[in-house]
Design a protein around this ligand. Structure first.
Ligand SMILES: Nc1ncnc2c1ncn2[C@@H]1O[C@H](COP(=O)(O)OP(=O)(O)OP(=O)(O)O)[C@@H](O)[C@H]1O
Length: 478
């Protein structure tokens, strides 16, 4: 494949590649300090977008992509197909198996890919019910059954637990013998060993190509780490400039003998736990163990929160409390929220919606709130996007805005379910530094989920660990 003098520009989205030769037998890693670049690379290389000028020569015929963008699209399609209103029973949409078969594979190919991607127990589960890591594996399975000549993977490891990340590396090393791979990552050391070359993108263009060995010692890694640390100073100064200490009732969260179960089994049971004032908690466990379910109970988004004994911020769930009284003291970032945020309001309005806990903006913000939101756009280096619609931004930019939306009102409780998903290197580090300082200074109390040991915040010293038992998982407090 040979890319020559390629230029693309549409509004704020921009990419240029002067000359890039991808020889047969080579497998490429792509590192980009901007998430926007990655989305464009996927779409331009796969032919989904057409460049304004330049050419892509000898492009393979069968190209498959796995990205958060494609995942979000499929989930939206599944929700749009929801036929609940027209039939007696609830329609949960297509199962994992149906979605793989829809790609046009045989039964034998289905069985093979289900085994490779560890989807055996999930094959009959509706796609919409899958956990984050389970969803990522289903997307990979759909791409693999098309037997592509070129497989483009944008952040394939994100959302996967440690064991599944290892399994993915092994699988990609095997795939590399049958197809060409391009793996885009924002984690500098996260590339399968089959990768032979790395392309470095910066400021909307391909700046350098090198071998994997050269990449391992590249000075840019230190440089961009410093950059994000500096940026995080600005965000934290802004937070401090309007911080007010809140009076809270102890404990912030109280759960007694909590149990969650579905028709096909128990997720967890007998869980008794209190989060006291001043404590920050990390929730750990493998994909599908129930971490987001636990957070859903606390947020009041999970239907089983009312059949359990749960109090949040002094209010007992199901006691006639207003869900908004609780929500106004909680800021949340999660894949579920990202998926729910389907309105196309401006970037400024997304931040402002944090003051009202709404998806989109339906109330008139005060002048002070507007000024504050503009200051937030500035420290996030997103001022140029102030009037741009949320849907026109790439997944990483959307995610950064949703993080700003959660932080802007300085909530008592900050619920962060894999907050870094889709963020580029600089913004991931920026958010990491900010969260650590928020926790250290007790500005908000954190409930934090991440699958990466390197993302552990030193200010968090309380843990809930999901450990497998005969029926689902048991939750161990440490
Ligand atoms: N309605 C449902 N019926 C049956 N199972 C369900 C339903 N909704 C969710 N699940 C399953 O519940 C399990 C727990 O999901 P949850 O999202 O809480 O996992 P998680 O620990 O957050 O995983 P991940 O690390 O992948 O994000 C998953 O296996 C999911 O498929």
């Amino acid at each position: 494949m040979h890319i020559q003098k390629l230029k693309y520009k549409d509004g704020m989205a921009e990419l240029s590649i002067a000359d890039w030769q991808i020889e047969a037998g080579q497998h490429w890693g792509i590192f980009s300090s901007q998430s926007q670049c990655s989305a464009l690379i996927v779409q331009l290389l796969s032919g989904e977008l057409e460049a304004n000028s330049g050419e892509v020569l000898d492009s393979p015929q069968r190209i498959a992509c796995v990205s958060l963008l494609h995942q979000q699209r499929l989930l939206e399609e599944e929700i749009a197909k929801d036929e609940t209103d027209f039939q007696d029973s609830i329609d949960y949409g297509s199962t994992v198996e149906q979605l793989i078969l829809n790609m046009g594979c045989t039964q034998a190919e289905l069985e093979e890919v289900i085994e490779k991607t560890d989807l055996g127990e999930l094959r009959q589960r509706p796609f919409r019910q899958l956990s984050t890591g389970e969803t990522r594996r289903a997307m990979l399975a759909r791409a693999l059954v098309t037997k592509p000549q070129l497989l483009i993977l944008d952040e394939p490891y994100t959302g996967l637990d440690t064991a599944h990340r290892l399994a993915l590396s092994q699988l990609l090393n095997v795939c590399a013998e049958q197809m060409q791979l391009i793996v885009i990552t924002s984690r500098e050391d996260e590339l399968p060993t089959c990768i032979s070359h790395v392309a470095l993108f910066d400021h909307h263009s391909l700046t350098q190509t090198m071998t994997l060995e050269e990449w391992h010692n590249h000075p840019i890694k230190q440089h961009i780490k410093k950059l994000s640390q500096q940026k995080s100073g600005g965000v934290f100064e802004l937070l401090e400039s309007y911080h007010e200490q809140k009076q809270l009732l102890d404990p912030l969260i109280d759960m007694q003998n909590v149990k969650v179960e579905y028709l096909d089994g128990v997720i967890f049971k007998d869980f008794t736990w209190q989060a006291k004032i001043g404590q920050h908690w990390q929730i750990r466990g493998p994909n599908g163990c129930g971490k987001s379910t636990l957070l859903g109970l606390i947020m009041g988004d999970h239907p089983q929160c009312y059949s359990n004994d749960i109090s949040v911020l002094g209010m007992k769930r199901g006691s006639g409390e207003s869900i908004w009284d609780i929500k106004k003291q909680i800021g949340i970032v999660s894949s579920a929220l990202h998926l729910q945020y389907r309105v196309n309001c401006s970037a400024l309005d997304v931040l402002l919606s944090g003051f009202f806990d709404s998806i989109g903006l339906y109330e008139k913000p005060s002048k002070k709130q507007i000024q504050l939101a503009q200051q937030w756009l500035k420290v996030l280096e997103m001022s140029e996007f102030e009037k741009i619609g949320f849907k026109s931004l790439d997944y990483g930019q959307q995610r950064l805005l949703l993080i700003g939306r959660a932080l802007i009102k300085q909530p008592a409780l900050l619920v962060l379910d894999e907050p870094y998903q889709g963020l580029d290197y600089i913004n991931r580090k920026l958010v990491f530094f900010v969260l650590n300082r928020i926790a250290k200074t007790n500005m908000s109390q954190l409930l934090y989920v991440t699958h990466y040991a390197e993302d552990a915040l030193e200010a968090i010293d309380h843990f809930i660990d999901f450990e497998p038992v005969a029926e689902g998982h048991q939750l161990v407090i440490g």
